[in-house]
Design a protein around this ligand. Structure first.
Ligand code: ECH
Length: 318
């Protein structure tokens, strides 16, 4: 039977625990736009975890600089309006430019606005703003998440803002490199796993060697990032990795591997990943579900955020 992406998406489904992240984002989506912006301000400042200075160099802001200058010159009321329009995906020129930014430029843009808010140059909440009870509900729900899930909620709300261009920008060659605040592990040792493609995948990712990582996939192979649809084909995966997988420190811990009757293998691994944005300050609990073809090439890998740290150890069906 040929391998299909649809069937690959379901491997190890009996070991999957639903993540609390979509439910938290659904609550967030129900808030009014002013409540959403205020909540993000509270969550961002209250979390008190530091973004590593290496993450936001001048290079990362080069694409956002024009917009940030424009916003700084506006009246407080206009600044608020721009932020509302971004959060509401309005079709305005600022919201359109933002929509073309890469994920990391979007994050850097808001990081810079947060800095300007701390300096009092940009207002964090509209004057006379009254928090609705819903904000507290969402804040409480965010507080219950582990730190890796909290930064994922922040990231996903930022990614969803702006006016979505019809064709997403595909030029990732200009994406500035991320520096690691800590060197990534070079020797990968995953308890229970010996599959060469899987071990080589982690080693290549930890040195941002995406060409090597891609060569481990079949030509029609796919990679499914957390809460996203699969990205299909080597070139599309390479582009995605150049834009979003730089500077990750990947620390897989343990896994299980099962050979299927046709000789293909399904492998599930759990471990911790650090993003260059937060470095060692935040570890994200992650699982990888690989489907390898009978020749040992990666046909599919799904990256999932774990629902709880306990899940790191529960690789067997429930
Ligand atoms: C302020 C108030 C107004 C509104 C807003 C504000 C600013 C908010 C700011 C938020 C900044 C948030 C940041 C979040 C960063 C999160 C990063 C994450 C990264 C996860 C990466 C993973 C990678 C997984 C992968 C692996 C693979 O093997 C293959 C590739 C890949 C306060 C102004 C908005 C400033 C910086 C969650 C999981 C492991 C799939 C990539």
């Amino acid at each position: 039977m040929p391998l299909t992406i649809e069937s690959a998406q379901n491997i190890f489904s009996n070991t999957q625990v639903p993540s609390p992240i979509p439910a938290t984002i659904a609550l967030f989506d129900q808030l009014s736009v002013d409540d959403q912006l205020a909540l993000l301000w509270y969550a961002y400042t209250e979390m008190g975890r530091s973004i590593t200075p290496a993450a936001v160099g001048a290079a990362r802001l080069q694409f956002a600089e024009g917009l940030l200058k424009e916003i700084q010159q506006m009246s407080t009321e206009d600044q608020m309006q721009v932020m509302r329009e971004l959060a509401q995906n309005a079709d305005t020129h600022i919201s359109r430019s933002y929509g073309f930014f890469s994920v990391n430029t979007k994050l850097a843009f808001w990081y810079e606005l947060a800095e300007l808010m701390k300096q009092g140059v940009v207002a964090p909440v509209p004057t006379g703003y009254q928090m609705s009870p819903g904000v507290q509900v969402v804040l409480d729900s965010i507080k219950k998440l582990d730190p890796g899930q909290q930064i994922t909620v922040l990231r996903n709300t930022v990614v969803d803002m702006g006016f979505e261009p019809v064709a997403p920008s595909s030029d990732t060659t200009a994406e500035p490199l991320f520096e690691r605040s800590e060197p990534a592990p070079t020797k990968i040792n995953v308890e229970g796993i010996t599959e060469p493609a899987v071990i080589s995948y982690f080693t290549a990712m930890n040195s941002d060697n995406f060409e090597t990582a891609i060569a481990l996939f079949t030509f029609d192979g796919a990679l499914q990032p957390p809460f996203q649809k699969p990205i299909v084909g080597r070139e599309a995966i390479a582009q995605y990795m150049r834009a979003e997988a730089q500077g990750l420190n990947i620390m897989p811990k343990q896994g299980i591997s099962q050979t299927l009757p046709d000789g293909s293998k399904q492998v599930k691994i759990t471990g911790v990943v650090q993003t260059p944005w937060f470095g060692v300050n935040v570890g994200m609990n992650i699982s990888w579900r690989f489907l390898l073809n009978p020749e040992g090439k990666i046909f599919f890998v799904a990256i999932d955020m774990l629902a709880s740290p306990e899940e790191l150890l529960s690789l067997r069906p429930r």
